[in-house]
Design a protein. Structure first.
Length: 158
């Protein structure tokens, strides 16, 4: 009988060891999940803060540009045009030099060159012509006059 007791005790000991192993494995898995959750939360929090900073900066530039465009709409032909800030990307918040930025509406629509428009296009990251279709037209146009009008619309100078 002693032999039977030893045999019946062995499966019970194995069962306890297996339960202990499963419990330890569950604890390691839970710790790993908790650590992963903490890392994910820290990453999301950091990205959220980064995006808030980026968007608040961009919104400040957009607000500045709205005011500048309103001033440009109301400006006389020979009145100085208000420069717009670059709204996003590298050097966001900066303003272009003059030239290529036109001094006034007369310069914008009269003497601004394709090279000036190209420089402003590259600075702002906005396309003026060469792919932008005028409202009501089915085809695209590249004429200097059209590009000047598109730049003027962007600046609020009509």
């Amino acid at each position: 009988m002693n032999g039977d007791a030893g045999l019946s005790g062995e499966p019970q000991g194995l069962e306890q060891r297996m339960k202990a192993h499963v419990t330890a494995s569950e604890q390691r898995t839970k710790a790993h999940i908790d650590e992963s959750e903490q890392r994910t939360k820290a990453y999301v929090d950091a990205k959220t803060a980064e995006l808030k900073e980026e968007f608040s900066s961009a919104l400040a530039h957009v607000g500045f540009n709205i005011v500048a465009r309103l001033k440009n709409v109301a400006a006389a032909t020979d009145a100085p045009l208000e420069k717009l800030k670059k709204e996003s990307g590298q050097n966001a918040g900066s303003m272009p030099p003059s030239p290529p930025f036109p001094a006034d509406k007369a310069a914008l629509f009269g003497t601004t060159t394709a090279e000036h428009i190209n420089a402003l296009q590259n600075f702002y990251g906005v396309e003026f012509g060469a792919g932008a279709a005028e409202a009501g037209r089915a085809s695209r146009t590249n004429t200097l006059q059209q590009r000047r009008r598109q730049l003027g619309a962007f600046l609020g100078a009509r």
